[in-house]
Design a protein around this ligand. Sequence first.
Ligand SMILES: NC(=O)c1ccc[n+]([C@@H]2O[C@H](COP(=O)([O-])OP(=O)(O)OC[C@H]3O[C@@H](n4cnc5c(N)ncnc54)[C@H](O)[C@@H]3O)[C@@H](O)[C@H]2O)c1
Length: 387
Amino acid sequence: MRPYRHREGDDVGDPHRVGVVGLGVISRAYLDTLANHPAVSIVAVADLDASRSAAVAAMIPGAEALSVEHLFDRPDVQTVLNLTIPAAHAEISLGAIDAGKSVYVEKPLAVAFPDGRSIIDRAASAGVRVGCAPDTVLGTGTQTARAAIDGGLIGRPLSASAVMVTPGHERWHPHPDFYYAPGGGPLLDMGPYYISALIHLLGPVRAVSGSASRLRAERVIGSGPRLGHRIPVQVDTHVTGVLEHASGALSTITTTFDGVATTAAPIEVHGETGTLAVPDPNYFDGEVRLFALGGNGWRVVAPRAGYVDGSRGIGLIDDVTGDGQRPPRAGGDVGLHVLDTMTTLLRAAAEGRRIELTTVVERPELVPLTPVEEWKAHHGTRKVRRP
Ligand SMILES: NC(=O)c1ccc[n+]([C@@H]2O[C@H](COP(=O)([O-])OP(=O)(O)OC[C@H]3O[C@@H](n4cnc5c(N)ncnc54)[C@H](O)[C@@H]3O)[C@@H](O)[C@H]2O)c1
């Protein structure tokens, strides 16, 4: 991936101009982070539902409600923030890249691996950047655990477990259809948090195996205007797997929409001389705890890395305020490796065998401990010239 190209003179210091496509449930969290952030300026918003874009534009000074095509055509949009449903991620991201924009896309990068591959390859040819959620793993939770591992607190890391149990998002999401359509399911939906965290903690994955099952053929919407509607379940809703990391460490992962609750730590990492309990990678913070070999209990590891009080959108801020030389920490290459891990695991489960991945990725750089005042006040953005 090529870095942003720098501009000289008066342009240096201008906010990075963002167009947002997709203004549903999660867009509010992003807008809360980005709408007032000095490093970015939201100049355009678009949604299939024009009433949503009009409502959001009315809330953000300087933002214009546009059709998706017009947003792509607007020369001043530097990055398209793609918050559409997973099935639309590839179409919107590729459209933006073809219009010369960088992209930051919600997870997963795409629902099919070849589409994810196209996004990364076409962005590289166009000289634009790709960022991909989740950026929660840049918060103090996952980053402190990673710093603890790198600092030798558990000796050589050997294995990890990741557990996500929920009875299903249809209980609270007003339009949960996509979670049960191809490209949905617990692994593609929630796996990106856990697998991204495992990549930050233990490095890339080289091979996977797994098994999957399905509890029900239908789900019932539990909120909103379609309360009580039945939706079909077209994907497996309980997915388990083993990830073999390139380092030799083994992670076991369980993601399910078919369970009620769990007492398991979201992630545990076991090393030769200690075990770390890692907080939920769906959140930015939370307590990291260590049980050292020979010790007499768990002790809290004070935050030592990551964005303090991070919030969604910080992955984009991290990139536009970076030096332009390193790949985005919440990067498209990580998103592609996560997608490869997930889609290959589902194939391994369907075919009943172990499969090696086709992608490799560098472990992203550690985020230094960054106080909230520091990342919220950042004024220095790199400048982007459209190719
Ligand atoms: N809801 C959450 O809590 C949550 C949390 C983290 C991440 N995410 C991710 O965020 C993304 C969006 O989820 P959501 O819950 O906000 O979904 P949503 O259905 O509430 O919103 C999606 C929006 O995108 C619009 N859209 C869909 N296709 C489009 C297209 N082709 N062009 C323009 N607009 C289009 C829809 O009209 C809708 O307004 C998904 O990738 C999801 O995995 C959601």
